[in-house]
Design a protein around this ligand. Structure first.
Ligand SMILES: Cc1cc2nc3c(=O)[nH]c(=O)nc-3n(C[C@H](O)[C@H](O)[C@H](O)COP(=O)(O)OP(=O)(O)OC[C@H]3O[C@@H](n4cnc5c(N)ncnc54)[C@H](O)[C@@H]3O)c2cc1C
Length: 504
C-alpha cells in the first residue's frame, strides 16, 4: 500500500471550505494525497460566517491547532450558545445553550422533571436557570469546561465567534507548511473526459491546465464543478426557508462582550449580532418576497448598537442543496454543495462534516461507488436534520405581526418535522440521534423557548417525592449560579488568554 501513487487532489477555491479541506487532507492523509488549491484573489471569498458550533474544536484539535493562537489570529471570542429574541412572541427571549439542562446524569432527561414540577404547580424557575451554559451566558462569564464529569462545570461546551475573513488565511499557512501547493488564477473552463464524464482538468484564464484525480469543489455559490460542469441538480428548499438575502454591516463594540450570538426576530426575517474582539458583526437575513433591499438596509442601520465601520453589503442565496455532494470524481464542500441560512451557525459545521466523511472514505486506488453513496447518505442526513431544525424556529411561533411571520407560521412543514413536533408536544420526547449535530438539549431549548410545551411528562419523572424534587432542583439552580459567578468575566478571560495583539 505504501507504494501506491498518491491521489492528485485539486481543491477548487480558497475560501473557508477550500482551506479547511486543504489543511485537513495535508495533515491527515499525507501519504495518500498531494493537494493543489486554485483560487482567485480577484474573485475573493464570501467572508461572512462569524459564528460556529462546538464541533469546530474537534476539527482544530485534529489539525493540531493551538487554541489561543487561533483565537488571537481570528480575533475570536467564546460562544456558549445562541440567544433568540422575539421568536415565539414579540418580547420573548431564550438561549439555545451548548450543553445540558441539569446535571446530565441519569436516564430521565432533566426537562422531564422540570415539566413535572410545572405540571404539579411546584415552585420552579425558567428552564434555562438549570443550565450552566445559559447561566454563564446571562452573567457574561466564561471558563473552560471542567474535565470531571461529576462536576456541574462539565455540563457545557463552547464554540467560537471569529472573523471569517481571517480563518482561511490562518489555515492556509498551516496547509502550505504541510505541502499544499497554491495556484493563483481564474478558472474559465472545466474539462470532462469524453467517455466516462469524469473531470480531468481545470483550465485557467492564462491557458494553464491543472489536472487531477479528485476535485474538491469549494468554489462557493457559483458551484463551478458539481453544479455548472457536472450539472448536478439543486434541491430548492426556499418554500420552507424563504430568507434569500442578507445585508451585513459590522460596527464598533460599544456594549458588553457577550459569550453568545444573538438572533433577533425582524419583520421579514431576523438579525444577527456577533461580538468579536475588534468589532461586532451584524446582519439582517430576510426574504426578498417580503421586504426590499433598501428597507432591509435601513432596518439594519437603525438597529445596530454601535458606530458602523463599513458600508452595508447585500448578499444573495437560496436555501437548499445539490441532490448529491459527491458525483463522479468531484466532491462538493461548502457553499458549492448547498446553503442553509446562518440561524444556527451550521455552514462551517457542514464543511467539517463533509471533510470528515471524505477523510474516512478517501479512495484506495480508484473511487468506489459504495464510498460515494455512503458519503452522500451522510451528507444528506446532516442537511435534512439541520433543515428541519431551522424550519422549527420559524414555524413554532405565535407571531402574526407581519406577512412574513404569517407565512412561516402557517406553512406546511416536512413530515419528518411534523412528527418530531407532535412527539414532543405529547410527552416532551425528543427524537433520538446518537451522533451528528443538535442533540436533545438543542431541540428542547427551541421547543420550550418557542412555546411548544409538552401536554404531559415522562412518567419516569414521577419517581421522587414532589417536595424533594423541588428542593433538589432549587439546590441545583443555586449551585449553578454560585459556580458561574466565580468564573471570570468573558472579556477579562479573553484579554488574559488570547488577546488579538498577540497575532501581530
Ligand atoms: C449572510 C451569510 C452569513 C453566514 N454566517 C455564517 C455563520 O455565522 N456561521 C457559519 O458557519 N457560516 C456562515 N455562513 C456561511 C459561510 O460564509 C460559508 O460556509 C463559508 O464562508 C464557506 O464558503 P466557501 O469557502 O464555500 O465559499 P467562498 O468563500 O465563496 O469561496 C469560494 C472560493 O472559490 C474561488 N473561486 C470561485 N470562482 C472561481 C474561479 N472562476 N476561478 C478561481 N477561483 C474561483 C473564490 O476565489 C474563493 O476562493 C454565512 C453565509 C452567508 C451568506
Amino acid at each position: 500500500m505504501g507504494d501506491r501513487p498518491k491521489f492528485n487532489v485539486v481543491v477548487v477555491g480558497g475560501g473557508t471550505a477550500g482551506w479547511m479541506a486543504a489543511a485537513a487532507l495535508t495533515k491527515l492523509l499525507p501519504t495518500r494525497c498531494a493537494v493543489t488549491l486554485v483560487e482567485s484573489e480577484a474573485i475573493g471569498i464570501v467572508g461572512v460566517g462569524e459564528a460556529t458550533l462546538p464541533h469546530i474544536r474537534g476539527f482544530n484539535d485534529r489539525l493540531g491547532i493551538n487554541e489561543a493562537e487561533f483565537m488571537a489570529a481570528t480575533r475570536a471570542t467564546f460562544k456558549l450558545g445562541i440567544e433568540f429574541r422575539g421568536w415565539g412572541r414579540a418580547g420573548d427571549s431564550y438561549i439555545h445553550p451548548f450543553g445540558t439542562y441539569g446535571s446530565g446524569h441519569g436516564d430521565v432527561p432533566f426537562h422531564q422533571y422540570w415539566s413535572r414540577l410545572r405540571d404539579q404547580d411546584a415552585p420552579v424557575s425558567e428552564l434555562g436557570d438549570y443550565s450552566m451554559a445559559v447561566t454563564m451566558a446571562n452573567m457574561n462569564r466564561f471558563a473552560r469546561p471542567d474535565p470531571d464529569p461529576a462536576k456541574i462545570e462539565s455540563t457545557f461546551n463552547y464554540a467560537y465567534q471569529f472573523d471569517a475573513s481571517l480563518f482561511a488565511p490562518f489555515l492556509r499557512s498551516s496547509a502550505e507548511k504541510l505541502g499544499a501547493a497554491r495556484i493563483e488564477g481564474r478558472i474559465v473552463d472545466i474539462e470532462l473526459d469524453g467517455e466516462c464524464g469524469d473531470v480531468t482538468a481545470l483550465r485557467l484564464e492564462d491557458g494553464r491546465r491543472i489536472e487531477g484525480d479528485l476535485f474538491i469543489d469549494c468554489s462557493g455559490f457559483v458551484s463551478l464543478v458539481i453544479g455548472k460542469a457536472l450539472g448536478e441538480p439543486f434541491e430548492d428548499w426556499s418554500h420552507w426557508l424563504p430568507c434569500d438575502r442578507a445585508v451585513a454591516m459590522p460596527c464598533r463594540t460599544e456594549t458588553a462582550l457577550t459569550p453568545y450570538t444573538s438572533a433577533i426576530a425582524m419583520p421579514a426575517g431576523w438579525r444577527w449580532r456577533i461580538p468579536l474582539q475588534h468589532r461586532t458583526g451584524n446582519g439582517y437575513v430576510y426574504s426578498s418576497s417580503f421586504t426590499s433591499d433598501d428597507e432591509a438596509r435601513s432596518a439594519l442601520v437603525g438597529a445596530v448598537e454601535g458606530e458602523a465601520i463599513a458600508e452595508p453589503r447585500v448578499l444573495k442565496f437560496k436555501a437548499g442543496r445539490r441532490s448529491r455532494s459527491w458525483v463522479r470524481n468531484c466532491v462538493a464542500v461548502g457553499l458549492a454543495s448547498g446553503f442553509l441560512e446562518p440561524l444556527e451557525s451550521t455552514s462551517i459545521y457542514l464543511i467539517q462534516a463533509a471533510i470528515s466523511g471524505l477523510v474516512e472514505l478517501f479512495p484506495e486506488g480508484t473511487i468506489s461507488p459504495l464510498d460515494r453513496n455512503e458519503f452522500n447518505r451522510l451528507i444528506d442526513m446532516e442537511y435534512d436534520r439541520i433543515r428541519d431544525f431551522l424550519i422549527l424556529h420559524y414555524h413554532a411561533t405565535e407571531r402574526s405581526d407581519s406577512p412574513f411571520w404569517d407565512y412561516v407560521r402557517t406553512m406546511t412543514v416536512p413530515d419528518t418535522l411534523e412528527e418530531k413536533i407532535e412527539l414532543f408536544r405529547r410527552r416532551g420526547r425528543v427524537v433520538k440521534y446518537r451522533e451528528g449535530v443538535f442533540l436533545d438539549a438543542s431541540w428542547v431549548a427551541v421547543y420550550m423557548g418557542q412555546r411548544i410545551i409538552p401536554e404531559g411528562h415522562d412518567t419516569r419523572a414521577d419517581g421522587p417525592p414532589l417536595d424533594a424534587l423541588a428542593r433538589s432542583a432549587e439546590a441545583l439552580r443555586g449551585e449553578i449560579r454560585a459556580k458561574a459567578s466565580r468564573m471570570p468575566d468573558h472579556r477579562s478571560h479573553i484579554e488574559a488568554y488570547c488577546p488579538m495583539a498577540a497575532a501581530a
